[in-house]
Design a protein around this ligand. Structure first.
Ligand SMILES: *Cc1c(COP(=O)(O)O)cnc(C)c1O
Length: 228
C-alpha cells in the first residue's frame, strides 16, 4: 500500500531530522495534509498510523470530516479562512493554523463562545512580506496578537508560516528561523502552563529544514498522498 510506505518514509525522515537537531521526535507532530484527497485515502492513512489531518478549505472539509467521524483523528485547518466561514470552522476543526486578522479573531471568538468551545489557534505570519500571500504582516502582528490574546474562547498556541515557494529547501531556513525568534519573543510567555508552544512550519519540500529550526507541527501532503 503506497500510503503506508510513504508515511513510513516521512516518519523516518522526521526522526532523522530531529536527531540531527538534537531534538526528540516526539516533539514533532506530523499533520497529514489531505486536501483534495478522497475520504478512502484518508482512511488508509489513518489505518497506517496518521492521527492528525489538515485541510485547507472549509467547504471541502465539511463534506469529508463527517464521513470520517468514526476515526480517532484530529482535524486542523491550514488554509485561509474567511470570516463568513468562522462558524463552520469552529464546528469542524480542532486547531486553526491560519488566523491572520483581528477581524477574523473577532468572528472566531464570537462563534466559539456560541458553541462553548475553546479553540486552539496559530497566528499566520507573512514573514517574507509577499504581496499575494495570506498571513499578517510583521507590522500588524502586534495588533493581531493583542486581539487574539484578549479573546475569551481562543487560545494562542503558536505561529505558522508559509515561506515563498522555492526549489531549494535551504531558502526557507531564514524564514523558519525568524518565525522561531518571533515565537520566543512574543508567544512563549503567553502560553499556558504545560502547553507546548507550536511552530507550524515545513511542507513536503522543506519539512526537514523546518524541524532543524524548531518546527513542532509539519504540514506534509504530497509526500504522503502523492501529487495533487
Ligand atoms: C497544501 C498545503 C501544505 C502541504 O503541501 P505539500 O507540498 O503537498 O506537502 C502545507 N501547508 C499548507 C497551508 C497547504 O495549503
Amino acid at each position: 500500500m503506497a500510503i503506508r510506505d510513504n508515511l513510513k518514509q516521512v516518519n523516518e525522515r522526521i526522526i532523522a531530522a530531529a536527531s540531527r537537531a538534537g531534538r526528540e521526535p516526539s516533539e514533532i507532530t506530523l499533520v497529514a495534509i489531505s486536501k483534495t484527497k478522497p475520504a478512502e485515502l484518508i482512511r488508509d492513512a489513518a489505518s497506517a498510523g496518521a492521527t492528525v489531518f489538515g485541510e485547507n478549505r472549509v467547504q471541502e472539509a465539511d463534506k469529508k470530516i463527517p464521513e470520517l467521524s468514526d476515526l480517532t483523528a484530529e482535524w486542523h485547518l491550514v488554509g485561509h479562512l474567511q470570516t463568513n466561514k468562522a462558524k463552520k470552522a469552529v464546528q469542524l476543526f480542532d486547531m486553526i493554523h491560519s488566523v491572520d486578522s483581528p477581524r477574523l479573531v473577532e468572528a472566531l471568538d464570537k462563534e466559539a463562545g456560541k458553541q462553548q468551545k475553546h479553540v486552539p489557534i496559530l497566528l499566520q505570519v507573512n514573514i517574507a512580506e509577499e504581496e499575494q500571500k495570506y498571513g499578517t504582516s510583521r507590522e500588524e502582528f502586534d495588533r493581531l496578537l493583542e486581539s487574539a490574546a484578549a479573546a475569551s474562547f481562543l487560545r494562542v498556541r503558536g505561529l505558522m508560516v508559509m515561506p515563498p515557494f522555492s526549489d531549494n529547501p535551504e531558502d526557507s531556513r531564514p524564514y523558519f528561523r525568524a518565525l522561531r525568534r518571533m515565537s520566543e519573543e512574543y508567544i512563549e510567555n503567553l502560553s499556558g502552563e504545560g502547553d507546548r508552544v507550536e511552530l507550524s512550519m515545513g511542507m513536503t519540500a522543506d519539512f526537514e529544514v523546518a524541524i532543524e529550526e524548531g518546527a513542532t507541527l509539519v504540514r506534509v501532503g504530497t509526500a504522503i498522498f502523492g501529487a495533487r
